[in-house]
Design a protein around this ligand. Structure first.
Ligand code: NAD
Length: 498
């Protein structure tokens, strides 16, 4: 089914496409980026990357705003701007969602949910925090100066200029996750969009102007990772890199950041487990386990791509998930019936198909194999593999596609060892009606978040991040704000103790 973009989306795609630097729309002076709609394999827009000079200009603009207009606003007024931004996101959710769909293939319903239930919620939540950032004061026990009356006051100050680097899989959510806490904290930003899905960034820049955001506090640039992203990671004028993307690139960013020892937060990849015990409510487990992996066609960091099934219910759940997955319509995200969109690129499709071959060569069997699709677009349908055992590459490595591996277990300890036996530790879920077992296993799963009878329950208030090679630091919630603040302790000599 072919559905044309709306008139508003068409007008946006036709351009002009520009960067926002120091409050001015400017033409990119770097490489051209042809933006492809992955559902059709067609080029829908041309944007231009920033040049390295333009990166310097964006960093200077962010530095000026940090010490100028943005810092002069109090927390309350920063919050008002963030709240207005949330209002605008909600009002434009249809257009932003549609552009996300055209840009990265995500089904329209999911795209709108990312705008309304992730991005707008994050701006609202951190708008509230902007006026509540405070230090503390106390009397230290200064035993070396027992006669002096000393008071310590701490301040919580913005960490500085933030370089935000985001992936293509959910641009509105990923951008909000950097912008909202950083701006609430009083930081300023240079945000680089992902070269595979750069368009929504321009809509965010437009909303920043409409929300009354001061020039230079938020700067938007396009660029490729290997040159522009790398230049940001090494830039001496950037105080912190906030990165979401792959573990391999996260490692490169850490290396590049050593020049000025800038702070780095990393939200990276995952290989998350969904663990099902025999007493679980299987009617709830089956659709949830399928969608834990297949949501966004597997292109989400929290994908529950390893399904640990107790031997007693293994076959029933495998059959149920395969039957359920057959009902999921794969297609163009603009079609309202579509549940699973395409892979982001021909390269990603080839990578996913490779992993399926590798798994079969390692001894896995496909209980469902809808991988192959004819026609334009980079589609891969849902695949469910059985006979997967711990240590196989398909069990260890992030595929970022709709490939679910079922792993049979009998013994809880052995299963927990396997769950924690990959380099990743991002997410996971435990499914059982036995509360003691649920909590015991949830505590033993080494990951940043675990659901009990729910997978990937994200909210603006709930801290989110990875253990081991899934990341550094936490986003969302109060901890998400802390990552953009630094503490100063001021010791005040009040004179001799009375
Ligand atoms: P990616 O690492 O290839 O790219 C992410 C961003 O990094 C892009 O903007 C890219 O331009 C930039 N980049 C690439 N090379 C760079 C370099 N050398 N220096 C600086 N920047 C560079 O990841 P992707 O393919 O866009 O996204 C998929 C990955 O992101 C998956 O591994 C997924 O698990 C992860 N992800 C994690 C989370 C999370 O919250 N933990 C969320 C979404 C995606």
């Amino acid at each position: 089914m072919t559905i044309a973009p709306s008139a508003a989306a068409r007008a946006f795609l036709d351009g002009p496409h520009r960067l926002l630097i120091g409050g001015e729309w400017v033409e990119g002076e770097g490489r051209g980026i042809a933006v492809e709609n992955p559902a059709r394999g067609e080029i829908i827009a041309e944007v231009r990357a920033a040049s390295l000079d333009q990166l310097d200009q964006a960093v200077s603009a962010a530095r000026s705003a940090l010490h100028g207009d943005w810092s002069r606003l109090g927390g309350r007024d920063r919050g008002v701007i963030l709240d207005r931004f949330a209002d605008l996101l909600e009002a434009r959710a249809d257009l932003i969602g549609e552009v996300m769909t055209l840009d990265n293939g995500s089904p329209l319903l999911s795209s709108r949910m990312v705008v309304q239930h992730l991005a707008a919620e994050l701006f609202r939540y951190y708008a509230g925090w902007a006026s509540k950032i405070a230090g503390e004061s106390f009397q230290p026990s200064l035993t070396a100066r027992p006669t002096l009356d000393i008071m310590v006051a701490t301040t919580r100050d913005p960490i500085g200029v933030v370089g935000a680097i985001v992936p293509w899989n959910a641009p509105p959510g990923m951008m909000a996750l950097k912008m909202a806490p950083a701006l609430a904290a009083g930081c300023t930003l240079v945000l680089k969009t992902a070269e595979l899905a750069p368009l929504v960034g321009e809509l965010f820049a437009q909303l920043w102007i409409e929300a009354g955001g001061p020039a230079g506090a938020f700067n938007l640039i396009h660029g490729h990772g290997e040159d522009m992203g790398a230049a940001m990671a090494a830039h001496p004028g950037i105080d912190k890199i906030a990165f979401t993307g792959s573990t391999a690139v996260g490692r490169r960013i850490v290396e590049a950041a050593t020049g000025n020892l800038k702070k780095v937060s990393l939200e990276l990849g995952g290989k998350s487990p969904v663990i099902v015990f025999p007493d679980a409510d299987l009617d709830a487990v089956i659709p949830a386990a399928a969608m834990a992996c297949y949501l966004s066609t597997g292109q989400q960091c929290m994908a529950g791509s390893r399904l640990f099934l107790h031997a007693d219910i293994h076959d029933r759940v495998v059959e149920g998930v395969a039957t359920f997955a057959r009902t999921l319509k794969v297609g163009d995200g603009l079609d309202p019936a579509t549940v699973l969109g395409p892979m982001i690129s021909a390269r990603q499709k080839a990578r996913v198909l490779d992993y399926i071959d590798i798994a079969k060569a390692e001894g896995a069997t496909a209980a469902l194999d809808s991988a192959t699709f004819d026609g334009p677009g980079h589609f891969v349908g849902p695949v469910l593999l059985t006979g997967v055992s711990p240590g196989m590459r398909i069990e260890q490595e992030e595929v970022f596609g709709p490939v679910l591996s079922a792993i049979r277990f009998d013994d809880e300890d052995t299963m927990v060892d396997a769950v924690n036996g990959t380099p990743y530790g991002l997410s996971g879920s435990v499914w059982t009606r036995d509360i003691a077992r649920a909590l015991r296993v949830a505590k033993r799963v080494d990951s940043g978040q675990v659901g009990i009878n729910i997978h990937a329950a994200m909210s603006a208030e709930t801290p989110f991040g990875g253990n081991r090679q899934s990341g550094w630091g936490r986003e969302f919630g109060r901890e998400g704000l802390d990552g953009y603040l630094k503490t100063k302790a001021i010791s005040i000599n009040l004179g001799p103790k009375p």
